[in-house]
Design a protein around this ligand. Structure first.
Ligand code: PAF
Length: 273
């Protein structure tokens, strides 16, 4: 496995590869990331995992400086799974000058996550488009835990006619249901015990939807204890585009974001009714 830090080394390494797949990450890898690598391996001669904590997608009060960084351990895990290339650029390599050209994604960027993290999706779309130009993959894969991110990136790929196939992989969960996330490492042992309650709340809403309750009735089932959790949102949306569902919509998604102590967790659950 090659560990590369510069665009020129990356371009040299990939020049002769017939097919390249990209797994974009911010590092501190967990089994969900490793699953993404495994899923794209059959689709390309070369799998590139990028590791870059992207400052553009963090707000001024967010966790950019304390975001966990563990490049050596990440590379060891990627080597073990048979990843071909790690691309881990420095901030200066990725943004050699202030990034004044940015991607303004679809209006969905201002809802849900975007309402609580202004500018977040602009930062995500900008770095992902830049990674696509750097790596020039035929395939790229993202986790459905970031459901809204995946939809926004799909729209970007479609509307800008980018020559890349975007895949979305199911969320990988701990045995107790907690969605794997690099930010789970912020949780204290007591918070880690409570953390699966977010998933259980989504399950309760999904179950009520399946029983024929309306989204509004179903959301009343969400049992997140306000003494421990500060909920940013818990909503039911149409799976296809995250718009408000009509009674006719059958494919829905329940999305939630809530804070447990200093840690903000997000999760979602698709449901057909
Ligand atoms: O999902 C993530 O980890 C990040 O948003 C991504 C796609 C790697 C862009 O920085």
């Amino acid at each position: 496995m090659d560990i590369l830090h510069t665009l020129s080394a990356l371009r040299d390494r990939l020049a002769q590869e017939p097919t390249v797949a990209l797994v974009p990450t911010m590092g501190h890898l967990h089994d969900g990331h490793i699953d993404l690598v495994r899923r794209v391996q059959p689709r390309a001669t070369c799998v590139v995992a990028s590791i870059f904590v992207n400052p553009l997608q963090f707000g001024p009060q967010e966790d950019f400086s304390r975001y966990p960084r563990s490049l050596a351990e990440d590379c060891a895990r990627l080597e073990q799974v048979g990843c071909s290339v790690v691309f881990a650029p420095s901030e200066n390599e990725m943004y050699p000058e202030p990034q004044s050209v940015t991607v303004d994604p679809s209006p969905l960027q201002n809802e849900l996550e975007g309402a609580f993290r202004p500018g977040h999706f602009r930062g995500v779309a900008t770095v992902v488009l830049k990674l696509f130009h750097m790596v020039q993959p035929q395939v790229a894969i993202f986790g459905k835990k970031d459901y809204q991110q995946t939809l926004i990136l799909r729209t970007m790929v479609r509307q800008l006619a980018l020559p890349v196939t975007l895949l979305a992989a199911e969320t990988v969960r701990a045995p107790d249901g907690l969605a794997l996330s690099s930010r789970n490492s912020y949780l204290s042992p007591a918070e880690r015990e409570r953390a699966p309650e977010l998933y259980r709340a989504l399950e309760a809403v999904a179950e009520a939807l399946k029983q024929g309750k309306t989204p509004q009735e179903s959301l009343e089932r969400s049992p997140l204890d306000p003494a421990c959790w500060s909920t940013d949102y818990m909503v039911v949306r149409r799976a296809r585009d995250l718009s408000e569902p009509t009674p006719e919509d059958r494919s829905l998604v329940v999305l939630g974001a809530a804070r447990l102590g200093r840690t903000r967790l997000i999760d979602n659950l698709e449901v057909s009714r």
